[in-house]
Design a protein around this ligand. Structure first.
Ligand SMILES: C=C1C[C@]23C[C@@]1(O)CC[C@H]2[C@@]12CC[C@H](O)[C@@](C)(C(=O)O1)[C@H]2[C@@H]3C(=O)O
Ligand code: AKG
Ligand code: FE2
Length: 341
């Protein structure tokens, strides 16, 4: 990657590293060497979702049960034979390369790309107060309404439109299965999670000289109902399970499904929204793409069973809370703030 296109991570982070060293660990963070922890390599469940289209009801139901079980126990699983064509992913890779290769100045300028919202591009962690909160990455976090609602025609928007159409069907199928397995037949997703209320995120993790000390993306849960993630072959994604970080081995044929906060709240804690993070690589650049299956901002999330662990909240209210916390504290709190005590 051209040096003009890299965000100034070195400069920004150098200051924070020095500050942390000089302040003799009085940074307010109790665990600065976070990346050095026990990590196990585990094969996540791989579910062949082609079985969902089978005429044999027993096989269909078995596949649905696997999806629900993985969402309860892990909140993370992989799917294969998901039906999204390789051509769509090849197209996305080409567009991703083009967009990240633009100069940093252009990427960070408002409205440079199509009609993206001004804050679609982000890099690093502007509110971080200690090493633990740093994110050695840049991202385009694109509200799909910006693309689907625009009449502009170019290869970027047509490729994303094609992907959004295919992936939204997949996301809704998975969400409906999870609802059905909770004994709910509802129109929640059909009515509220429209292709235009979802988000698409392109992540780029440049090589990091201090890879053992700095996250590529700080630990977080996703704010969606569920996320469909495609990671390249480099690796670096880890999930927190039973107090341990577990590395997720890249599988080029699979998509990762991550249960998000909204499903945890809606299912009253049955489906788990797990913390995950990305660790950096000292030599290799890494990319990932995420589709966040989200409702419109005014959708109220209420748990589908009694007695609710969480108070009702609208998605807009939830995201505002996330943004405020990231800005004030340098990290996201998320669902614990909505627990009924
Ligand atoms: C720096 C951050 C941005 C983020 C919250 C976080 O503290 C860490 C992860 C980011 C993420 C990823 C998934 C969702 O897109 C998101 C909205 C979320 O809940 O966590 C974003 C947050 C964001 O962009 O504000
Ligand atoms: O890059 C990855 O593998 C994970 C990205 C992620 O967690 C996110 O975008 O929310
Ligand atoms: Fe995430």
């Amino acid at each position: 990657m051209d040096s003009d296109s890299n965000p100034p991570l070195h400069e920004a982070y150098e200051m924070l590293l020095n500050k942390t060293r000089n302040s003799n660990e009085q940074s307010g963070c109790d665990d600065d060497k976070v990346v050095v922890v026990v990590v196990e390599d585990t094969e996540l469940a791989v579910i062949n979702v082609r079985h969902l289209a089978e005429s044999d009801e027993v096989r269909r139901e078995k596949c649905k049960s696997e999806i629900a079980k993985a969402s309860e126990e892990w909140g993370f699983f992989q799917i294969v034979n998901h039906g999204i064509s390789n051509d769509v992913f090849s197209g996305l890779r080409v567009e991703r390369e083009k967009i990240f290769q633009q100069t940093f100045e252009k990427k960070s300028k408002e409205n440079t790309f199509f009609n993206f919202s001004a804050d679609s591009y982000s890099w690093g962690a502007p509110s971080a107060t200690c090493i633990r909160q740093l994110s050695w990455s840049e991202a385009f976090h694109i509200p799909l309404t910006d693309i689907l609602g625009s009449s502009e025609s170019n290869t970027f928007s047509s490729t994303i439109k094609e992907f959004a159409t295919e992936v939204s069907t997949l996301a809704k199928t998975l969400a409906d299965i999870l609802a059905e397995k909770m004994g709910q037949k509802c129109s929640l997703f059909e009515e509220n999670c429209l292709p235009s209320s979802c988000y698409f995120r392109l992540n780029r993790y440049p090589p990091c000289p201090l890879a053992s000390e700095i996250h590529g993306l700080q630990p977080h849960t996703d704010s969606s109902f569920l996320t469909i993630l495609h990671q390249d072959e480099v690796g670096g994604l880890q999930i927190m399970k039973d107090g341990k970080w577990i590395a997720v081995k890249p599988n080029p044929d699979a998509l990762l499904i991550i249960i998000g906060d909204l499903f945890q709240a809606w299912s009253n804690g049955v489906y788990k929204s797990l913390q995950h993070r990305v660790v950096t690589n000292p030599r290799l650049e890494r990319f990932s793409m995420a589709y966040f299956f989200c409702p419109s901002n005014d959708t109220v999330i209420r748990s589908c069973t009694e007695k609710s662990e969480y108070r009702n909240f609208s998605f807009g209210e939830y995201m505002q809370e996330v943004r405020d916390d990231v800005q004030k504290l340098g990290y996201k709190i998320g669902l614990p703030k909505f627990l009924i005590r």
